[in-house]
Ligand binder design. Structure first.
Ligand code: HEM
Length: 368
C-alpha cells in the first residue's frame, strides 16, 4: 500500500517486513529518502548540524560507530545483570505493600532511566537532573510537539550532551566500571569515533531505550492482568517468565514500525518501487501475521517459540534488546514475589498519543 500524502509505502506481512529489514542493501538515513516524504520531513525537524544516531546512519559510518557501542553495551548488560536486578528490586520494594498505586509512575517509568544511568556511569548526585534531561530529550520522538516542548527538548539535549562531555573527560582521567569509561578507552586505543559521534549516540541510548522499555513493562503487566489465565500459568511456573516477555513483545510491541529506503528501483512485496522511496515496515502487522503465528490475536505465554520482529532486524537490530528483556523479566518476577494478588484498579486504559509507539499513560493496580 502507498500513502501519497506521506510519500511512503507500507508493508505488514511478516515475510515482507523481515525480508526488508534484513536486507543489507536497504538504507536508513532519512537523507536518502525522497524529498517531501514523512521520513525526510521528520528528520528535518530534528536535525542539528552534528552527527546522527546510529539508527539513522548507513554503512560504512553506521558499522564503524555501532560495532564498538553495541559491544560495550552487551558487555555491560551481562556483567551488570545482578546490579540491574538489584536496582529493580529496590524500586519495587519502595512501592506500597498493599493498596493502589500507578505502576507507570512508580515502576515502569523510573526503572529504565535508573538502569541506563547506572550502566553509563551517571553520578548518583546528578540522577534527578539526568531524569529531567532524558525526559526532555525524548520529546524528539514526538512529531507533533508544541513550540514550548521543542524549546524544552533542545534545552534538555544541550544539558545532556554537556554533562556526558564532562563525564567523558573525567573518565579519561579516572576510568571506572561503566560504559562511558569503556568508550573512552576505545577511543584512546585508536578506535575511530569522534567525541560528537559518541555523545550523540550515548544520548540515543536514552532516547531509544527509555520509552520503549517503559512501554514493555506497562503493556506486559496490563496484558497479564487482563488475561488472568495467563497470569495464573506464570505464577504456577516461573520458567515461563522469559516466554511471557517475548509474547508481550510480540502481542503489544512498544514500537509500531521501522522503515527502510530503497537504494535502487526494486520490486518489494510484488510492487514495483523506485529508488529513494521509503517503505514503512509495520512491526505490529508482522507480529500478528496469522501465516506465521497461529491464532495470532490470542495472547498466549505458552505459544511455541517463534522469532518476532519487535526489535527490527539486520544491521539495525536493536542493541538494547538483551537489556530490555532483563528489565522486563525482573520486574515481572519481583512483582509476583512481592505481591500475592495484583489486579487492575481502573476501568479504562488510556493509550499514549505518540505516533509509532504503543504505551499506556497510567496503570493503577491494586496489590496485597
Ligand atoms: C522493549 C524495548 C525496545 C524496543 C521494542 C526497541 C525497538 C527497536 C527497534 C524497532 C529498532 C529499529 C530496528 C530496525 O530498524 O531494524 C531499535 C533500534 C535501536 N535501539 Fe531499541 N528497542 C528497545 C529497547 C532499547 C534499549 C533498552 C536501548 C538502549 C539502551 C535501545 C537502543 C537502540 C539503538 C541504539 C537502536 C539503533 C540500532 C541501529 O540502528 O543500529 N533500544 N530498537
Amino acid at each position: 500500500m502507498r500513502d501519497d500524502a506521506a510519500k511512503v509505502w507500507m508493508v505488514s506481512r511478516f515475510k515482507d517486513v523481515r525480508g526488508l529489514i534484513n536486507d543489507p542493501a536497504m538504507l536508513r538515513s532519512p537523507h536518502a529518502a525522497e524529498e517531501g516524504s514523512i521520513s525526510r520531513r521528520f528528520a528535518q525537524m530534528n536535525d542539528g548540524d552534528g552527527p546522527q544516531s546510529i539508527l539513522f546512519m548507513d554503512d560504512p559510518d553506521h558499522a564503524r560507530v555501532r560495532k564498538p557501542l553495541a559491544k560495550a553495551l552487551y558487555k555491560r548488560t551481562q556483567s551488570m545483570k545482578t546490579e540491574i536486578e538489584g536496582l529493580i528490586d529496590t524500586v519495587i520494594d519502595a512501592c506500597p505493600a498493599d493498596g493502589i498505586f500507578d505502576l507507570m509512575k512508580d515502576v515502569a517509568i523510573p526503572v529504565p532511566v535508573l538502569v541506563i544511568a547506572h550502566i553509563l556511569g551517571v553520578d548518583e548526585s546528578r540522577l534527578d537532573d539526568f531524569r529531567e534531561w532524558s525526559e526532555a530529550a525524548i520529546l524528539s520522538l514526538n512529531p507533533v510537539r508544541t513550540p514550548d516542548q521543542t524549546a524544552q527538548m533542545e534545552a534538555g539535549n544541550q544539558a545532556l550532551l554537556q554533562y556526558f562531555s564532562e563525564l567523558l573527560e573525567r573518565r579519561r582521567r579516572n576510568p571506572r566500571e561503566d560504559l562511558i569509561s569503556d568508550m573512552a578507552s576505545y577511543q584512546a586505543s585508536g578506535g575511530e569515533m569522534s567525541d560528537a559521534e559518541l555523545l550523540t549516540n550515548l544520548a540515543s541510548l536514552l532516547i531509544g531505550g527509555n520509552f520503549t522499555t517503559t512501554d514493555l513493562i506497562g503493556n506486559g503487566v496490563w496484558l497479564l492482568l487482563t488475561h488472568p489465565d495467563e497470569l495464573r500459568k506464570l505464577r504456577a511456573d516461573r520458567s515461563l517468565t522469559g516466554p511471557a516477555v517475548d509474547e508481550i513483545l510480540r502481542f503489544e510491541s512498544p514500537v509500531a514500525s521501522t522503515s527502510r529506503t530503497l537504494p535502487a528501483d526494486h520490486e518489494v512485496a510484488g510492487c514495483p518501487m523506485k529508488q529513494s522511496q521509503t517503505v514503512f515496515c509495520s512491526l505490529h502487522g508482522a507480529n500478528r501475521d496469522p501465516e506465521v503465528f497461529a491464532q495470532s490475536d490470542r495472547f498466549d505465554i505458552t505459544r511455541a517459540k517463534k522469532a518476532h520482529v519487535t526489535f527490527g532486524g539486520g544491521q539495525h537490530l536493536c542493541i538494547g534488546a538483551p537489556l530490555a528483556r532483563i528489565e522486563a523479566r525482573r520486574v515481572l518476577e519481583k512483582l509476583l514475589d512481592r505481591y500475592d494478588t495484583i489486579e487492575l484498579a481502573q476501568d479504562e486504559i488510556v493509550w499514549r498519543q505518540l505516533p509509532f509507539f504503543r504505551g499506556i499513560e497510567e496503570l493503577k493496580i491494586r496489590v496485597s
